[in-house]
Ligand binder design. Structure first.
Ligand code: Q46
Ligand code: ZN
Length: 314
């Protein structure tokens, strides 16, 4: 398959069914940069003057995000929180440091490292056991706290995370399944610094799927940790992602329509609510032919029957 974008028709490295396109290396990189630039602009995330703190984990999403922001010329430093989860944390720590030393440093960007064990006296798993709480909820609280505090204390204008379209669609599905209204309100790709002490938070990868970011990382030779955190096994998020992937295979673009449709609804002002009965009273009147309620002059039943009478039998 060839690239659907460039005149030279280079060989495509990825096909994107939801966009009806296939891209070569160069066009794909441009596509990814454009998607991020669009998200930054349409959700008013930050400007080139702002100082950004990227939350990095060593995985593809956060390292790709750091890479894209630096390539686009933004002032982006990164914060890595070492959770102390055995070999997984050691390896992710190595990947983050490697990227910081070999790529980010040349852009004048620095890496800040927090070690949970040093700050809290124990790693995430031990803390969860002591507190009788699930590891991931303990981890979530600690990471949110550390990132926010670092961003505020070190005067960053905004904190950026690598959440992608798959993450956000899966989270939305979970919130809708349980009708968690207050969480739905917080699903915007830009959350303002609502009160003193709260950093502004943004998700510049919200227009890109997990598969697209993985391809971007490979094409741009970003060395990331492929292994997932061992604590993620069996999580609801993984299940929701699998369900959405099934739907996406059957009908490309489902994930995008689901999440973007939600964002669109969120930004539109609520129309004055009209009850179903009020709407019916406004739009329905008797059919000219039979008298049953209809929105047209003649109801669809009468139209169909009139047509059947005039049609010649086969
Ligand atoms: S890092 Fe932390 Fe995740 Fe690992 S312990 Fe759970 S929450 S799975 S994104
Ligand atoms: Zn091309």
């Amino acid at each position: 398959m060839n690239c659907t974008k460039c005149p030279t028709s280079m060989r495509a490295v990825i096909s994107l069914p939801r966009h009806n396109a296939a891209f070569c290396k160069g066009c794909f990189t441009t596509f990814v940069h454009e998607q991020v630039a669009r998200a930054i602009k349409s959700f008013k995330m930050f400007t080139p003057e702002d100082r950004i703190l990227v939350a990095v984990s060593g995985g593809k999403d956060s390292l790709a995000l750091w890479h894209i922001l630096l390539t686009l010329g933004y002032r982006a430093d990164a914060l890595y929180v070492n959770l102390g989860i055995g070999g997984y944390s050691e390896e992710s720590n190595r990947k983050v440091r490697h990227y910081a030393d070999t790529v980010a440093a040349a852009h004048g960007a620095k890496l800040i490292v927090h070690v949970v064990e040093q700050e809290a006296g124990a790693g995430i798993r031990e803390l969860a056991t002591i507190l009788h709480r699930p590891t991931c909820s303990t981890c979530g609280t600690i990471k949110r706290y550390q990132f926010n505090r670092a961003a505020v204390e070190q005067d960053y204008d905004v904190m950026a995370t690598g959440h992608n379209l798959d993450d956000e669609a899966a989270r939305l599905l979970g919130n809708v399944l349980h009708w968690q209204d207050e969480y739905l309100d917080k699903q915007s790709p830009t959350l303002p610094a609502s009160v003193e002490g709260f950093a502004k938070k943004v998700k510049p990868l919200c227009r890109l799927s997990e598969r697209e970011i993985a391809a971007y990382a490979v094409v741009n030779r970003i060395d990331y940790i492929v292994e997932e955190c061992p604590m993620a096994k069996g999580s609801k998020m993984i299940l929701y992602k699998e369900v959405l992937n099934r739907l996406e295979t059957e009908s490309p673009g489902t994930k995008q329509r689901f999440y973007w449709g939600f964002l669109e609804k969120q930004t539109k002002p609520e129309p004055a609510t009209e009850s179903m009965a009020e709407k019916d009273q406004r739009t329905l009147h008797p059919c000219q032919s039979c008298g049953q309620p209809t929105t047209a002059d003649t109801c669809s039943y009468c139209k169909m029957m009139a047509k059947a009478k005039t049609a010649t039998p086969r």
